[in-house]
Design a protein around this ligand. Structure first.
Ligand SMILES: [Zn+2]
Length: 504
Protein backbone atom coordinates (compact mmCIF):
# COMPACT_ATOMS: atom_id res chain seq x y z
CA UNK A 1 0.00 0.00 0.00
CA UNK A 2 1.31 3.38 -0.89
CA UNK A 3 0.37 5.00 2.44
CA UNK A 4 2.45 2.43 4.30
CA UNK A 5 5.56 2.87 2.22
CA UNK A 6 8.28 4.75 4.05
CA UNK A 7 9.24 7.99 2.41
CA UNK A 8 12.63 7.66 0.88
CA UNK A 9 15.52 9.86 0.05
CA UNK A 10 15.91 10.72 -3.55
CA UNK A 11 18.71 12.55 -5.25
CA UNK A 12 18.74 14.29 -8.53
CA UNK A 13 21.72 15.36 -10.51
CA UNK A 14 22.03 19.11 -10.22
CA UNK A 15 25.39 19.95 -11.73
CA UNK A 16 25.21 22.46 -14.57
CA UNK A 17 26.56 19.96 -17.05
CA UNK A 18 23.97 17.39 -16.02
CA UNK A 19 21.15 19.85 -16.36
CA UNK A 20 22.30 20.59 -19.89
CA UNK A 21 23.01 17.08 -21.05
CA UNK A 22 20.98 15.06 -18.59
CA UNK A 23 24.00 12.90 -17.94
CA UNK A 24 23.65 11.05 -14.66
CA UNK A 25 26.52 9.45 -12.81
CA UNK A 26 29.14 11.07 -14.98
CA UNK A 27 32.61 11.05 -13.46
CA UNK A 28 33.24 14.25 -11.60
CA UNK A 29 29.56 15.11 -11.36
CA UNK A 30 28.82 17.23 -8.31
CA UNK A 31 25.47 16.31 -6.91
CA UNK A 32 23.34 18.35 -4.66
CA UNK A 33 21.40 15.91 -2.52
CA UNK A 34 17.75 16.74 -2.24
CA UNK A 35 15.62 15.12 0.43
CA UNK A 36 12.38 14.40 -1.26
CA UNK A 37 9.49 13.42 0.95
CA UNK A 38 6.77 12.70 -1.62
CA UNK A 39 6.43 9.14 -2.90
CA UNK A 40 7.01 8.99 -6.60
CA UNK A 41 7.05 6.38 -9.35
CA UNK A 42 10.37 4.73 -10.00
CA UNK A 43 12.04 2.84 -12.86
CA UNK A 44 14.82 0.26 -12.52
CA UNK A 45 16.89 -0.85 -15.50
CA UNK A 46 17.17 -4.63 -15.12
CA UNK A 47 18.55 -5.12 -18.64
CA UNK A 48 19.38 -3.56 -22.02
CA UNK A 49 21.38 -0.92 -20.14
CA UNK A 50 24.58 -0.18 -22.08
CA UNK A 51 24.00 -3.38 -24.07
CA UNK A 52 21.51 -4.58 -26.69
CA UNK A 53 19.96 -7.57 -24.94
CA UNK A 54 18.09 -8.50 -21.76
CA UNK A 55 15.41 -5.77 -22.01
CA UNK A 56 13.64 -5.55 -18.63
CA UNK A 57 12.36 -2.35 -17.03
CA UNK A 58 10.69 -2.44 -13.65
CA UNK A 59 8.22 0.37 -13.03
CA UNK A 60 6.89 0.90 -9.51
CA UNK A 61 4.04 3.08 -8.31
CA UNK A 62 2.00 2.97 -5.10
CA UNK A 63 3.77 -0.23 -4.11
CA UNK A 64 2.73 -2.05 -7.32
CA UNK A 65 5.27 -3.46 -9.75
CA UNK A 66 5.01 -3.67 -13.53
CA UNK A 67 7.78 -5.24 -15.62
CA UNK A 68 8.01 -3.92 -19.19
CA UNK A 69 9.62 -6.63 -21.36
CA UNK A 70 11.39 -9.66 -19.95
CA UNK A 71 14.28 -10.44 -22.26
CA UNK A 72 17.16 -12.85 -22.22
CA UNK A 73 20.75 -11.61 -22.18
CA UNK A 74 22.64 -12.87 -25.23
CA UNK A 75 26.20 -12.50 -26.50
CA UNK A 76 29.25 -12.65 -24.24
CA UNK A 77 29.71 -15.20 -21.46
CA UNK A 78 29.51 -12.41 -18.89
CA UNK A 79 26.17 -11.19 -20.24
CA UNK A 80 24.75 -14.70 -20.44
CA UNK A 81 25.75 -15.28 -16.81
CA UNK A 82 23.20 -12.61 -15.84
CA UNK A 83 20.43 -14.99 -16.98
CA UNK A 84 21.62 -17.37 -14.26
CA UNK A 85 22.12 -14.79 -11.51
CA UNK A 86 19.30 -14.26 -9.06
CA UNK A 87 17.03 -11.49 -10.31
CA UNK A 88 17.57 -8.47 -8.02
CA UNK A 89 13.82 -8.44 -7.40
CA UNK A 90 11.70 -11.37 -6.23
CA UNK A 91 9.65 -12.49 -9.30
CA UNK A 92 6.73 -13.28 -6.96
CA UNK A 93 6.55 -9.59 -6.00
CA UNK A 94 6.00 -8.44 -9.62
CA UNK A 95 2.31 -7.86 -10.35
CA UNK A 96 2.23 -7.72 -14.17
CA UNK A 97 4.41 -8.06 -17.26
CA UNK A 98 3.80 -5.99 -20.40
CA UNK A 99 5.55 -6.79 -23.72
CA UNK A 100 6.60 -4.62 -26.66
CA UNK A 101 7.32 -7.49 -29.08
CA UNK A 102 8.25 -11.16 -29.32
CA UNK A 103 12.01 -11.18 -29.92
CA UNK A 104 13.84 -13.35 -27.40
CA UNK A 105 15.92 -10.44 -26.07
CA UNK A 106 12.57 -8.95 -24.98
CA UNK A 107 10.68 -12.12 -23.91
CA UNK A 108 13.18 -14.97 -23.46
CA UNK A 109 13.46 -14.65 -19.67
CA UNK A 110 9.70 -15.17 -19.14
CA UNK A 111 9.89 -18.94 -18.52
CA UNK A 112 12.54 -18.37 -15.84
CA UNK A 113 10.48 -15.55 -14.25
CA UNK A 114 7.43 -17.82 -14.02
CA UNK A 115 9.51 -20.75 -12.79
CA UNK A 116 10.91 -18.52 -10.03
CA UNK A 117 7.52 -17.40 -8.75
CA UNK A 118 5.88 -14.80 -11.01
CA UNK A 119 2.14 -15.48 -10.97
CA UNK A 120 0.57 -12.44 -12.65
CA UNK A 121 -0.67 -11.93 -16.19
CA UNK A 122 1.66 -11.27 -19.15
CA UNK A 123 0.03 -8.71 -21.47
CA UNK A 124 0.74 -8.61 -25.21
CA UNK A 125 -1.19 -8.30 -28.44
CA UNK A 126 -2.33 -11.42 -30.32
CA UNK A 127 0.51 -11.47 -32.87
CA UNK A 128 3.16 -11.20 -30.15
CA UNK A 129 1.49 -13.97 -28.19
CA UNK A 130 1.38 -16.26 -31.23
CA UNK A 131 5.02 -15.55 -32.08
CA UNK A 132 6.01 -16.23 -28.46
CA UNK A 133 4.16 -19.54 -28.67
CA UNK A 134 6.73 -20.50 -31.36
CA UNK A 135 9.82 -18.72 -30.02
CA UNK A 136 9.74 -19.54 -26.29
CA UNK A 137 9.52 -23.36 -26.64
CA UNK A 138 12.23 -23.12 -29.32
CA UNK A 139 14.42 -21.09 -26.95
CA UNK A 140 13.81 -23.70 -24.22
CA UNK A 141 14.75 -26.44 -26.65
CA UNK A 142 18.07 -24.69 -27.33
CA UNK A 143 18.65 -24.33 -23.57
CA UNK A 144 18.05 -28.06 -23.13
CA UNK A 145 20.43 -28.85 -25.99
CA UNK A 146 23.10 -26.62 -24.42
CA UNK A 147 22.74 -28.47 -21.12
CA UNK A 148 23.02 -31.86 -22.85
CA UNK A 149 26.09 -30.67 -24.72
CA UNK A 150 27.68 -29.47 -21.47
CA UNK A 151 26.89 -32.85 -19.90
CA UNK A 152 28.57 -34.69 -22.78
CA UNK A 153 31.61 -32.43 -22.68
CA UNK A 154 31.79 -32.61 -18.90
CA UNK A 155 31.80 -28.86 -18.24
CA UNK A 156 29.13 -26.99 -16.34
CA UNK A 157 28.64 -25.06 -13.11
CA UNK A 158 25.78 -27.44 -12.32
CA UNK A 159 26.10 -31.15 -11.70
CA UNK A 160 24.33 -32.50 -13.66
CA UNK A 161 24.14 -29.59 -16.16
CA UNK A 162 20.73 -27.91 -16.12
CA UNK A 163 18.97 -25.90 -18.79
CA UNK A 164 18.09 -22.26 -17.96
CA UNK A 165 14.53 -23.47 -18.49
CA UNK A 166 12.73 -26.39 -20.07
CA UNK A 167 10.10 -26.65 -22.81
CA UNK A 168 7.53 -27.42 -20.08
CA UNK A 169 8.53 -24.21 -18.25
CA UNK A 170 8.19 -22.22 -21.50
CA UNK A 171 4.68 -23.62 -21.88
CA UNK A 172 3.85 -22.63 -18.30
CA UNK A 173 4.89 -19.05 -19.15
CA UNK A 174 2.66 -19.11 -22.25
CA UNK A 175 -0.31 -20.01 -20.02
CA UNK A 176 0.07 -16.66 -18.27
CA UNK A 177 -0.36 -14.60 -21.48
CA UNK A 178 -3.42 -12.33 -21.74
CA UNK A 179 -4.11 -10.73 -25.11
CA UNK A 180 -4.77 -6.99 -25.28
CA UNK A 181 -5.87 -4.91 -28.29
CA UNK A 182 -3.33 -3.81 -30.89
CA UNK A 183 -3.81 -0.05 -30.48
CA UNK A 184 -6.38 0.75 -27.82
CA UNK A 185 -5.95 2.02 -24.26
CA UNK A 186 -5.87 -0.72 -21.66
CA UNK A 187 -6.10 -0.16 -17.90
CA UNK A 188 -3.81 -2.62 -16.13
CA UNK A 189 -4.65 -1.22 -12.67
CA UNK A 190 -5.40 2.10 -10.99
CA UNK A 191 -1.65 2.87 -11.19
CA UNK A 192 -0.89 1.83 -14.78
CA UNK A 193 -2.63 2.17 -18.12
CA UNK A 194 -1.11 1.60 -21.54
CA UNK A 195 -1.73 2.72 -25.11
CA UNK A 196 0.27 0.66 -27.67
CA UNK A 197 1.28 2.06 -31.08
CA UNK A 198 2.81 0.45 -34.19
CA UNK A 199 6.59 0.19 -34.07
CA UNK A 200 7.09 -1.36 -37.54
CA UNK A 201 9.93 -3.63 -36.35
CA UNK A 202 8.52 -7.17 -36.58
CA UNK A 203 5.00 -8.59 -36.64
CA UNK A 204 3.12 -7.36 -33.57
CA UNK A 205 5.84 -4.93 -32.49
CA UNK A 206 4.62 -1.92 -30.50
CA UNK A 207 5.95 1.03 -28.63
CA UNK A 208 4.06 1.86 -25.47
CA UNK A 209 2.62 4.98 -23.90
CA UNK A 210 2.43 4.09 -20.22
CA UNK A 211 0.48 6.43 -17.94
CA UNK A 212 1.48 6.04 -14.31
CA UNK A 213 -0.81 7.42 -11.64
CA UNK A 214 0.62 7.92 -8.18
CA UNK A 215 -0.98 10.11 -5.53
CA UNK A 216 -3.46 11.37 -8.13
CA UNK A 217 -0.62 12.67 -10.29
CA UNK A 218 -0.06 11.30 -13.79
CA UNK A 219 3.30 10.67 -15.45
CA UNK A 220 3.61 9.57 -19.08
CA UNK A 221 6.48 7.23 -19.91
CA UNK A 222 7.12 6.14 -23.51
CA UNK A 223 8.89 2.79 -24.10
CA UNK A 224 10.19 2.59 -27.66
CA UNK A 225 10.65 -1.19 -27.68
CA UNK A 226 12.58 -1.74 -30.92
CA UNK A 227 11.83 0.87 -33.57
CA UNK A 228 11.48 -0.42 -37.14
CA UNK A 229 12.21 1.10 -40.54
CA UNK A 230 10.31 3.52 -42.74
CA UNK A 231 9.17 2.62 -46.27
CA UNK A 232 9.78 -1.11 -45.87
CA UNK A 233 7.49 -3.76 -47.35
CA UNK A 234 4.80 -5.74 -45.50
CA UNK A 235 4.59 -3.87 -42.16
CA UNK A 236 3.26 -0.39 -41.46
CA UNK A 237 5.78 2.37 -40.79
CA UNK A 238 6.55 3.18 -37.16
CA UNK A 239 4.20 5.77 -35.66
CA UNK A 240 5.91 8.62 -33.83
CA UNK A 241 5.19 9.53 -30.23
CA UNK A 242 3.88 13.07 -29.74
CA UNK A 243 4.50 13.58 -26.03
CA UNK A 244 6.35 12.04 -23.12
CA UNK A 245 7.36 13.08 -19.62
CA UNK A 246 10.01 10.37 -19.71
CA UNK A 247 11.17 8.48 -22.77
CA UNK A 248 13.09 5.22 -23.13
CA UNK A 249 14.56 5.06 -26.63
CA UNK A 250 16.43 2.15 -28.17
CA UNK A 251 19.81 2.98 -29.69
CA UNK A 252 20.97 -0.19 -31.49
CA UNK A 253 22.04 1.76 -34.60
CA UNK A 254 22.48 5.09 -32.81
CA UNK A 255 25.78 5.74 -34.57
CA UNK A 256 25.04 4.70 -38.15
CA UNK A 257 22.57 4.56 -40.98
CA UNK A 258 21.84 1.53 -43.09
CA UNK A 259 23.17 1.46 -46.64
CA UNK A 260 20.88 3.01 -49.19
CA UNK A 261 20.36 1.43 -52.60
CA UNK A 262 17.66 -0.77 -54.04
CA UNK A 263 17.27 -4.21 -52.46
CA UNK A 264 15.42 -5.33 -55.58
CA UNK A 265 18.26 -4.32 -57.92
CA UNK A 266 20.96 -5.92 -55.79
CA UNK A 267 19.01 -9.12 -55.19
CA UNK A 268 18.15 -9.48 -58.89
CA UNK A 269 21.77 -9.08 -59.86
CA UNK A 270 22.97 -11.66 -57.32
CA UNK A 271 20.35 -14.26 -58.31
CA UNK A 272 20.92 -13.80 -62.05
CA UNK A 273 24.69 -13.90 -61.90
CA UNK A 274 24.68 -17.03 -59.68
CA UNK A 275 22.11 -18.85 -61.81
CA UNK A 276 24.13 -18.03 -64.94
CA UNK A 277 27.15 -19.76 -63.37
CA UNK A 278 24.96 -22.79 -62.61
CA UNK A 279 25.26 -22.18 -58.86
CA UNK A 280 22.82 -21.74 -56.00
CA UNK A 281 22.16 -18.85 -53.61
CA UNK A 282 22.33 -19.80 -49.93
CA UNK A 283 20.82 -17.23 -47.54
CA UNK A 284 21.26 -17.56 -43.76
CA UNK A 285 18.24 -15.69 -42.39
CA UNK A 286 16.43 -15.12 -39.12
CA UNK A 287 13.11 -16.95 -39.13
CA UNK A 288 11.12 -13.96 -37.92
CA UNK A 289 10.90 -11.03 -40.31
CA UNK A 290 13.91 -11.41 -42.57
CA UNK A 291 12.79 -14.65 -44.23
CA UNK A 292 9.39 -13.11 -45.00
CA UNK A 293 11.02 -9.97 -46.39
CA UNK A 294 13.28 -12.06 -48.68
CA UNK A 295 10.32 -14.07 -49.94
CA UNK A 296 8.45 -10.83 -50.62
CA UNK A 297 11.32 -9.43 -52.73
CA UNK A 298 11.97 -12.69 -54.57
CA UNK A 299 8.29 -13.01 -55.50
CA UNK A 300 8.18 -9.40 -56.64
CA UNK A 301 11.24 -9.93 -58.86
CA UNK A 302 9.62 -13.05 -60.32
CA UNK A 303 6.42 -11.12 -61.04
CA UNK A 304 8.44 -8.43 -62.82
CA UNK A 305 10.29 -11.17 -64.72
CA UNK A 306 13.60 -9.82 -63.47
CA UNK A 307 14.75 -13.24 -62.18
CA UNK A 308 14.02 -16.78 -63.39
CA UNK A 309 11.56 -18.98 -61.48
CA UNK A 310 14.12 -20.94 -59.49
CA UNK A 311 13.08 -23.47 -56.85
CA UNK A 312 13.18 -21.75 -53.44
CA UNK A 313 13.73 -23.97 -50.39
CA UNK A 314 12.64 -22.49 -47.07
CA UNK A 315 14.43 -24.89 -44.76
CA UNK A 316 13.25 -23.80 -41.32
CA UNK A 317 10.13 -25.18 -39.65
CA UNK A 318 10.04 -22.01 -37.53
CA UNK A 319 10.14 -19.72 -40.59
CA UNK A 320 7.29 -21.66 -42.22
CA UNK A 321 5.09 -21.17 -39.15
CA UNK A 322 6.08 -17.52 -38.80
CA UNK A 323 5.20 -16.85 -42.46
CA UNK A 324 1.70 -18.18 -41.69
CA UNK A 325 1.40 -15.63 -38.86
CA UNK A 326 2.68 -12.80 -41.07
CA UNK A 327 -0.08 -13.60 -43.57
CA UNK A 328 -2.88 -13.89 -41.02
CA UNK A 329 -2.34 -10.69 -39.02
CA UNK A 330 -3.82 -8.14 -41.41
CA UNK A 331 -3.79 -5.43 -38.74
CA UNK A 332 0.01 -5.20 -39.15
CA UNK A 333 0.03 -4.91 -42.97
CA UNK A 334 0.74 -1.65 -44.76
CA UNK A 335 -1.47 -0.34 -47.56
CA UNK A 336 0.70 -1.75 -50.35
CA UNK A 337 0.70 -5.25 -48.88
CA UNK A 338 -3.06 -5.11 -48.30
CA UNK A 339 -3.56 -4.07 -51.92
CA UNK A 340 -1.38 -6.98 -53.10
CA UNK A 341 -3.40 -9.38 -51.00
CA UNK A 342 -6.70 -7.95 -52.17
CA UNK A 343 -5.88 -8.51 -55.84
CA UNK A 344 -5.68 -12.21 -54.93
CA UNK A 345 -3.50 -12.80 -58.02
CA UNK A 346 -0.66 -14.33 -56.05
CA UNK A 347 0.57 -15.07 -52.56
CA UNK A 348 3.04 -12.22 -51.87
CA UNK A 349 5.15 -14.21 -49.40
CA UNK A 350 5.56 -17.27 -51.61
CA UNK A 351 7.58 -17.70 -54.78
CA UNK A 352 6.38 -19.65 -57.83
CA UNK A 353 8.20 -22.80 -56.88
CA UNK A 354 8.63 -22.92 -53.15
CA UNK A 355 9.47 -25.97 -51.07
CA UNK A 356 8.91 -25.83 -47.34
CA UNK A 357 10.98 -28.46 -45.59
CA UNK A 358 10.02 -29.46 -42.09
CA UNK A 359 11.87 -32.72 -41.47
CA UNK A 360 15.63 -33.27 -41.26
CA UNK A 361 15.37 -35.88 -44.07
CA UNK A 362 13.72 -33.35 -46.40
CA UNK A 363 16.38 -30.84 -45.45
CA UNK A 364 19.20 -33.23 -46.34
CA UNK A 365 17.60 -34.03 -49.69
CA UNK A 366 18.23 -30.41 -50.75
CA UNK A 367 21.89 -31.45 -51.09
CA UNK A 368 20.84 -33.57 -54.09
CA UNK A 369 19.59 -30.51 -56.00
CA UNK A 370 22.28 -29.81 -58.59
CA UNK A 371 20.54 -27.20 -60.75
CA UNK A 372 20.38 -23.56 -59.56
CA UNK A 373 18.15 -22.96 -56.57
CA UNK A 374 17.73 -20.60 -53.60
CA UNK A 375 18.02 -21.92 -50.05
CA UNK A 376 16.85 -19.84 -47.07
CA UNK A 377 17.61 -21.29 -43.65
CA UNK A 378 18.46 -20.32 -40.05
CA UNK A 379 20.43 -19.29 -38.12
CA UNK A 380 20.98 -15.86 -39.60
CA UNK A 381 24.52 -15.47 -38.25
CA UNK A 382 25.60 -19.09 -38.99
CA UNK A 383 25.88 -19.86 -35.29
CA UNK A 384 23.84 -23.06 -35.52
CA UNK A 385 20.83 -24.61 -37.20
CA UNK A 386 20.33 -26.27 -40.57
CA UNK A 387 22.14 -23.53 -42.50
CA UNK A 388 25.37 -25.20 -41.41
CA UNK A 389 24.92 -28.37 -43.43
CA UNK A 390 23.83 -26.39 -46.50
CA UNK A 391 27.01 -24.34 -46.22
CA UNK A 392 29.15 -27.43 -45.69
CA UNK A 393 27.79 -28.64 -49.03
CA UNK A 394 27.73 -25.37 -51.03
CA UNK A 395 30.65 -23.27 -49.72
CA UNK A 396 33.29 -25.30 -51.66
CA UNK A 397 31.37 -24.65 -54.93
CA UNK A 398 32.74 -21.55 -56.66
CA UNK A 399 29.55 -21.24 -58.75
CA UNK A 400 27.42 -20.64 -55.65
CA UNK A 401 26.78 -17.51 -53.59
CA UNK A 402 26.28 -17.01 -49.86
CA UNK A 403 24.11 -13.94 -49.31
CA UNK A 404 24.30 -12.36 -45.84
CA UNK A 405 21.34 -10.15 -45.01
CA UNK A 406 21.50 -9.38 -41.29
CA UNK A 407 23.77 -8.15 -38.55
CA UNK A 408 26.75 -10.54 -38.17
CA UNK A 409 28.12 -10.38 -34.63
CA UNK A 410 31.79 -10.66 -33.76
CA UNK A 411 32.77 -14.34 -33.53
CA UNK A 412 29.92 -15.65 -35.71
CA UNK A 413 30.38 -17.73 -38.87
CA UNK A 414 28.72 -14.96 -40.87
CA UNK A 415 31.27 -12.40 -39.66
CA UNK A 416 34.13 -14.77 -40.56
CA UNK A 417 32.79 -15.05 -44.12
CA UNK A 418 32.41 -11.27 -44.41
CA UNK A 419 35.97 -10.87 -43.16
CA UNK A 420 37.21 -13.08 -46.00
CA UNK A 421 37.81 -16.40 -44.19
CA UNK A 422 39.30 -19.05 -46.50
CA UNK A 423 37.90 -21.88 -44.41
CA UNK A 424 34.88 -22.17 -42.13
CA UNK A 425 34.75 -24.74 -39.37
CA UNK A 426 31.45 -26.62 -39.62
CA UNK A 427 30.67 -29.83 -37.71
CA UNK A 428 34.36 -30.30 -36.79
CA UNK A 429 35.51 -29.96 -40.39
CA UNK A 430 37.40 -27.16 -42.13
CA UNK A 431 35.22 -26.32 -45.13
CA UNK A 432 36.98 -24.39 -47.92
CA UNK A 433 35.24 -21.13 -48.88
CA UNK A 434 35.12 -20.93 -52.67
CA UNK A 435 31.58 -19.57 -53.09
CA UNK A 436 31.01 -15.87 -53.66
CA UNK A 437 30.21 -14.02 -50.40
CA UNK A 438 27.93 -10.97 -50.66
CA UNK A 439 25.98 -8.82 -48.27
CA UNK A 440 22.80 -6.76 -48.56
CA UNK A 441 22.72 -4.46 -45.52
CA UNK A 442 19.38 -2.77 -46.21
CA UNK A 443 17.20 -5.52 -44.75
CA UNK A 444 17.75 -4.61 -41.09
CA UNK A 445 14.63 -4.55 -38.92
CA UNK A 446 16.02 -1.73 -36.74
CA UNK A 447 15.77 1.98 -37.42
CA UNK A 448 19.11 3.51 -38.34
CA UNK A 449 20.37 6.69 -36.69
CA UNK A 450 18.44 9.15 -38.91
CA UNK A 451 15.31 7.02 -38.61
CA UNK A 452 15.55 7.12 -34.80
CA UNK A 453 15.88 10.91 -34.96
CA UNK A 454 12.90 11.01 -37.32
CA UNK A 455 10.89 8.83 -34.91
CA UNK A 456 11.65 11.28 -32.08
CA UNK A 457 10.68 14.30 -34.18
CA UNK A 458 6.97 13.91 -33.37
CA UNK A 459 7.59 15.06 -29.78
CA UNK A 460 7.23 18.83 -29.66
CA UNK A 461 7.61 19.47 -25.95
CA UNK A 462 10.93 18.47 -24.41
CA UNK A 463 10.60 15.30 -22.26
CA UNK A 464 11.82 15.72 -18.69
CA UNK A 465 14.35 12.97 -19.37
CA UNK A 466 15.25 10.68 -22.25
CA UNK A 467 16.91 7.40 -21.34
CA UNK A 468 18.90 5.67 -24.07
CA UNK A 469 18.66 1.89 -23.78
CA UNK A 470 19.24 -1.20 -25.97
CA UNK A 471 22.55 -0.11 -27.49
CA UNK A 472 26.30 -0.49 -27.16
CA UNK A 473 28.04 2.49 -25.51
CA UNK A 474 29.56 4.00 -28.72
CA UNK A 475 26.15 3.94 -30.45
CA UNK A 476 24.52 5.45 -27.36
CA UNK A 477 27.05 8.25 -26.96
CA UNK A 478 26.70 9.14 -30.61
CA UNK A 479 22.89 9.21 -30.47
CA UNK A 480 22.95 11.21 -27.25
CA UNK A 481 25.12 13.87 -28.92
CA UNK A 482 22.75 13.98 -31.90
CA UNK A 483 19.63 14.35 -29.70
CA UNK A 484 21.23 17.06 -27.57
CA UNK A 485 22.33 18.91 -30.69
CA UNK A 486 19.12 18.53 -32.68
CA UNK A 487 16.46 18.75 -29.96
CA UNK A 488 18.28 20.13 -26.86
CA UNK A 489 16.68 17.43 -24.69
CA UNK A 490 18.27 16.09 -21.52
CA UNK A 491 19.55 12.56 -22.25
CA UNK A 492 20.76 9.93 -19.79
CA UNK A 493 22.42 6.58 -20.48
CA UNK A 494 21.38 4.48 -17.48
CA UNK A 495 23.54 1.81 -15.88
CA UNK A 496 22.58 -1.81 -15.35
CA UNK A 497 20.44 -2.06 -12.18
CA UNK A 498 20.21 1.73 -11.80
CA UNK A 499 16.96 3.02 -10.27
CA UNK A 500 15.66 6.46 -11.10
CA UNK A 501 12.74 8.35 -9.59
CA UNK A 502 10.22 9.58 -12.10
CA UNK A 503 9.19 12.54 -9.97
CA UNK A 504 8.98 16.22 -10.59
ZN1 LIG B 1 13.48 -6.75 -31.60
Amino acid sequence: MHGERPHRRAWRCRSRRDLETGAAKMPGCTREVIYNTAPMPKITFLGAARTVTGSKYLVEAEGKKLLVDCGLFEGSKELKQRNWDKLPIDPASIDWVLLTHAHIDHTGYLPRLVRDGFRGPIYSNAATHELCALLLPDSAHLQEEDAQYAARKGYSAHKPPLPLYTVAEAKAALDRFRVIARAQPFAISSQFSVLPHDAGHILGSSWLELTITENGKQTLVVFSGDVGRYDQPILKDPESPTRADFLLCESTYGDRDHPTGSVEDELAEIVNRTAKRGGSVVIPAFAVGRTQMLMYYLRKLEEKQRIPHLPVYVDSPMAINVTGLYMSHHEDHDAEFNALENTGSHDPLNCHEVHMTRTVEESKEINDVTSPCIIISASGMITGGRIKHHLAHRLPDSRSTVLLVGYQAEGSGGRALLDGAKYLRIHHEQIPVRAEIVEIGQLSAHAGRSELLRWLSGIKEKPRQTFLVHGEPPAQESLRAAIVEQYRWPVTIPDYLQSIDLGT
